[in-house]
Design a protein around this ligand. Structure first.
Ligand SMILES: [Zn+2]
Ligand SMILES: [Zn+2]
Length: 320
């Protein structure tokens, strides 16, 4: 990829460690089937590099956005949650915007919409930026990584690479009993054959080939989405999929030589229920004082890591 012409937020300004240690913040009122939204907001609130930035109020001090700005909204929300004197707050500003845009009520969709809206807010003053520069906002510096897709022709062995930014990694869990097994499957080469063959420019015809995905550039914050709602009938894959507290991403990278690339779990979003149309969302997050809490709408309760690691996870959040 071409180097960015402008750096909107320098990487070395991103602070991965909490800038202040304090107990967990407030819970969130359910404003009518908004548990999907509450649990995503709580996971974002305890994302250390994002929270550090929002708590500093640096964004709003220089924001000139006319009308709605997702970064200003998130900044106000995170400050309210962390410094609230009560036990719960009402996330009205986010809820209002969400329903105006008519978004889906799936936690993963809501996470994507929210991160995209924050990204747009960061780009609002720079409309004609090249793609590389657009990925230097604080939002993409935190959440975005890059995937490489490599196709190797089985006749002449010519290799063609393509690169794509990602904000989360979707994991197929039909055959996998753990996240590491699902990641292993994610980087396993797929055979392209017959109808699905690859048009090799060197051979100048359709040939058999193998295609392999690897993480080419690792994100600061890794979001994994366990694909529990694949079924068109809306059924859910409810099985247990194990996930570790510390994850080494190195085996799944394009370059596998060198040091381990360790990530530490800081939030788990859970869906309970039998299908995507029903059920309840809640989450587990790690506060800046290192203690884990179950966040279930207004209730915020301390729990241990063993409980956190035994959930039917839908989204997993890891930080480097
Ligand atoms: Zn703003
Ligand atoms: Zn070829």
């Amino acid at each position: 990829m071409a180097p960015p012409q402008r750096i909107l937020f320098p990487l070395d300004k991103i602070c991965m460690d909490w800038q202040q240690r304090q107990r967990a913040g407030a819970g969130l009122y359910n404003l009518g089937n908004t548990c999907f939204l509450n649990s995503v907001l709580q996971c974002l609130t305890y994302t250390p590099p994002l929270a550090n930035y929002l708590l500093s109020r640096e964004h709003s001090q220089s924001c000139h956005q006319q009308g709605f700005c997702m970064m200003c909204t998130m900044e106000a929300h995170v400050n309210k949650v962390m410094y609230s004197s009560g036990t719960a707050v009402q996330p009205w500003a986010v809820v209002r915007e969400h329903f105006e845009l008519g978004m889906q009520e799936d936690a993963h969709d809501f996470l994507r919409c929210t991160v995209d809206a924050m990204q747009r807010a960061c780009l609002s003053r720079s409309s004609d930026l090249d793609i590389s520069s657009q990925s230097t906002t604080i939002v993409h510096q935190i959440f975005a990584g890059c995937l490489r897709s490599r196709v190797t022709c089985s006749s002449c062995n010519v290799v063609s690479n393509s690169y794509e930014a990602f904000l989360d990694v979707p994991l197929d869990i039909k055959a996998a009993s753990s996240v590491t097994a699902a990641l292993e499957e994610f980087v396993t080469p797929e055979q392209l054959d017959g109808e699905n063959g690859f048009k090799c420019s060197q051979c100048d015809k359709k040939v058999a080939a193998s295609k392999r995905f690897t993480v080419h550039r690792a994100p600061r914050v890794l979001t994994l989405c366990l694909k529990r709602f694949e079924d068109f009938a809306g059924r859910k894959i409810s099985k247990v999929v194990e996930y570790p507290e510390y994850l080494d991403l190195h085996p799944y990278m394009s370059q596998t030589s060198g040091e381990p690339l360790l990530y530490s779990l800081y939030a788990v979003l859970v869906h309970s229920g039998d299908s995507c149309q029903e059920g309840h969302y809640y989450c587990y997050t790690k506060a800046s004082n290192g203690l884990w809490h179950k966040m279930n709408d207004t209730s915020v309760n301390c729990c241990d890591i063993d409980t956190v690691l035994r959930q039917q996870a839908y989204l997993l959040f890891y930080a480097r």
